[in-house]
Design a protein around this ligand. Structure first.
Ligand code: F6R
Length: 241
């Protein structure tokens, strides 16, 4: 695991955007694995700036998002589809047909999960996957558990995740309790991974991810087994290392 410690959120976002842009410059038809949440927002802003300045072109990339809430329609403002469109996709020249986000309202969710993994595989696999990390060490919505789920699957969200994500909703009761998420194998199959974290509330999870024992109790710890992971953290998130 490579560790990059930066001063603040802005620097973390810039570093992550530069890595993503380099990937796309080197391979314009890259397959990008993308995340939602607060952490990558700054990275998306930087990438939009780079696009506007003519530094990066998204016309050939294909994207796969990590997860989507279950039971929430795409046009709902809380959906990750809506988030991606409003924070990134509508500002760049990615082709709509090249965007993949699990469908949280698929009639047959099990089949949707199988198809999602199949689409990733058929694309040639994810070249670079961006990850945030939950305070409980989750990546995607792979919550701490006694087992790892390998493939894309329906997950019951952890109490901590629901509490943490309540900040985006009017009340905690509105937070969906389930989500469709890439599994650990799907994530681990990515050729490169960058994990971003900022703030003191992520310090514990970062320490366990990098220094703890590899265990499904801290899902991100399995990244120790991947051979191309870069962790970019601000000083606060690195404070327990
Ligand atoms: C989002 C995702 C989650 C978040 C994590 C951190 O697509 O898969 O694992 O990355 O919950 O969320 P933030 O960035 O809001 O702290």
């Amino acid at each position: 695991m490579r560790l990059i410690v930066v001063d603040n959120y802005e620097e973390m976002s810039k570093k992550a955007a530069s890595i993503m842009a380099s990937q796309i410059i080197l391979k314009p038809e890259s397959i990008l694995g993308l995340a939602t949440g607060s952490t990558p927002l700054g990275m998306y802003k930087e990438l939009i700036k780079m696009y506007n300045d003519g530094e990066v072109d998204f016309s050939q990339v294909r994207t796969f998002n990590l997860d989507e809430y279950y039971g929430i329609r795409r046009d709902n403002e809380q959906s990750y589809y809506y988030y991606m469109d409003n924070n990134f996709f509508k500002y760049i020249n990615v082709k709509e047909d090249n965007i993949n986000i699990p469908n949280g309202t698929a009639e047959d969710v099990e089949q949707e999960c199988i198809n999602y993994d199949k689409r990733i595989k058929e694309s040639g696999g994810i070249d670079i996957q961006v990850l945030g990390i939950g305070v409980n060490g989750h990546i995607g919505f792979n919550e701490p558990d006694v087992n790892f789920e390998a493939q894309t699957h329906l997950v019951k969200l952890d109490k901590k995740t629901i509490e943490s994500n309540a900040r985006f909703f009017n009340s905690i009761e509105e937070v969906p309790v389930k989500a469709v998420s890439m599994g650990m194998k799907t994530i681990m199959n990515s050729k490169k991974i960058i994990l971003l974290a900022n703030g003191i509330n992520k310090a514990d999870a970062i320490e366990k991810t990098m220094k703890g024992k590899i265990s499904p109790e801290v899902p991100a710890s399995i990244l120790q087994l991947h051979n191309d992971v870069t962790i970019i953290v601000d000083k606060a998130a690195a404070s327990k290392l």
